[in-house]
Design a protein around this ligand. Sequence first.
Ligand SMILES: *[C@@H]1O[C@H](CO)[C@@H](O)[C@H](O)[C@H]1NC(C)=O
Ligand SMILES: *[C@@H]1O[C@H](CO)[C@@H](O)[C@H](O)[C@H]1NC(C)=O
Ligand SMILES: *[C@@H]1O[C@H](CO)[C@@H](O)[C@H](O)[C@H]1NC(C)=O
Ligand SMILES: *[C@@H]1O[C@H](CO)[C@@H](O)[C@H](O)[C@H]1NC(C)=O
Ligand SMILES: *[C@@H]1O[C@H](CO)[C@@H](O)[C@H](O)[C@H]1NC(C)=O
Ligand SMILES: *[C@@H]1O[C@H](CO)[C@@H](O)[C@H](O)[C@H]1NC(C)=O
Length: 367
Amino acid sequence: MFSTWVLLLPFLSSLPALVQAGETCNATSVCASRAPCCSEFGFCGTDEFCLGGCNALSSHEKDSCKPAPVCRDATYTFADNSRILSNVTYYEGNATAHDWVLDSGNMFNTNSSGGELALTLTKENGGSRMSSTRYVFYGTITAKLKTGRWPGVVVAFITMSDIKDEIDWEFPGDGGRVGETNYFWQGVIPEKSNGDKHEADTETFSNYHDYTVNWQPETLTFLIDGKVVRTVKRSEAVVNGVSHYPSTPSRVQLSIWPAGIESSAPGTVEWAGGMIDYEHEDYKSAGQFYTLVKSIEIKCADTQPTTGNITSYVWGADSTSQSPVVIYSNSSTLLNGASGMHGAIQQPLQLWMTGLVGLLVVFGVCM
Ligand SMILES: *[C@@H]1O[C@H](CO)[C@@H](O)[C@H](O)[C@H]1NC(C)=O
Ligand SMILES: *[C@@H]1O[C@H](CO)[C@@H](O)[C@H](O)[C@H]1NC(C)=O
Ligand SMILES: *[C@@H]1O[C@H](CO)[C@@H](O)[C@H](O)[C@H]1NC(C)=O
Ligand SMILES: *[C@@H]1O[C@H](CO)[C@@H](O)[C@H](O)[C@H]1NC(C)=O
Ligand SMILES: *[C@@H]1O[C@H](CO)[C@@H](O)[C@H](O)[C@H]1NC(C)=O
Ligand SMILES: *[C@@H]1O[C@H](CO)[C@@H](O)[C@H](O)[C@H]1NC(C)=O
C-alpha cells in the first residue's frame, strides 16, 4: 500500500510516516488505517473527518476521504435558514438534505426584504463559517452580500478545495468600497502575493453588491456587479514549469473572522485595519458584528456531463500537473452506517476561517 503513496506523491524522497487518530497529518505523515482520514485542519480520524475538507494527499489512501457531492446549478436564497445545517457535527454527507453546513459560530435570518442570512462575530463565538455541501469543479459563483465595516473584522467569500486550491474575495476591516481578490494552488504560499484590490461603485457595508468568481479551466475572472475587475489565465500562473492554477473540486465558503485580536501577529492586525473594538456602537446596538448574505448563485461548468448516475467527484491517478486527476463517479457521498452524530475532536477551525490568507496572517505574513 505504500507504493500508492509513492505514486501519488512522486516528489517525496522517502516513504510517509503513519499517524494515529487525533494526531496531526500532512503529506509526509499520512494517517494510519484505523483513522484514515486527514481533516481539513490536519487531524486524523474517521466519520466526519472523511467528509468536506478531508485531504486525500494526507489521508491513508487516496480514496480514504468520502466522494465529494457533485456540482448542481442553484440559486440559494435565505428566506429562512432551513437548508443550512446549523451544527456540522450532524452532517452525514447527504447534500440533498442540506445545501450548507455551519462549521462554526452562529447565524440567523433577518426576515427583511425577502430574507437575509446573517453570519455573526461576537467576542464569545470567535466568528462564523458556512460551507456548501456540494463542490464546484469549475463554475461561476456569485454572492450578493454586505460586508462589515469594522477594524479587525474580515468577511470572506471563497472557494476551497480539499487539497487547498483556493479562490478568494476578502473584505478586511473598513475597506469602504474595496474588495480584495486572491488565489492559491495546493496551499502553496507564492513568493509574490497573488492578491489584488478592486472597487465597487458604492461602499460595501450599506450596499449589496454581487461578487463573482468565474472559474473556468483556462481562465479565472473576478467580477463586481457583473463587471470584470480581474482576469487570471492558467497559462500565466506557471511556477517552475507547474501551473499554480486552482484545479480541483472546491466547496464555497462564507465567513466572518476576527483578525484584529491579541493573539494575531502585527501584520494580521494591520491588514485587517487594526484591533477589534467590542465597544463599537454597531456592536453595542446589534449585539454582534455580522455579514449579510442575500443570495448565492452557482452555475456549474464541469468539463463532463453530470447528469444521470453521476453523484460525486473522486480522485483518480496522478497527472503530470501534480494535481491528482478528478473522476466523475456514481459513488455514494454518505458516511456508512451514519447514525447522526460522531465523536468530534476539537480542531482549530479558526486557522482556515478565511482560507489561506487567514492562515498566512495568523502566522504574520503580511499580504
Ligand atoms: C508533518 O507532520 C509531522 C508529524 O506531526 C511533523 O513532524 C512534520 O514536521 C510535518 N511536516 C510538515 C511539512 O508540516
Ligand atoms: C453541535 O452538537 C454537538 C453534539 O450535540 C455539541 O456537542 C456541540 O456543542 C454543538 N455545537 C454547536 C456549535 O452548537
Ligand atoms: C438524503 O436526504 C434526502 C432529503 O432529505 C432524503 O430524501 C434521503 O432519503 C436522504 N438519503 C439518505 C441515504 O439518508
Ligand atoms: C422570521 O420569520 C419566521 C416566520 O415568520 C419567524 O419564525 C422568525 O422568528 C422570524 N425571525 C426573525 C429574526 O424575525
Ligand atoms: C452510468 O450509467 C451508464 C449507463 O447505464 C454507464 O455506461 C456508466 O458506466 C455509468 N457511470 C458510472 C460512473 O457508473
Ligand atoms: C455505479 O455504476 C455501476 C455500473 O455502472 C453499478 O454496478 C453500481 O451499482 C453503481 N453504484 C451505485 C452506488 O449506484
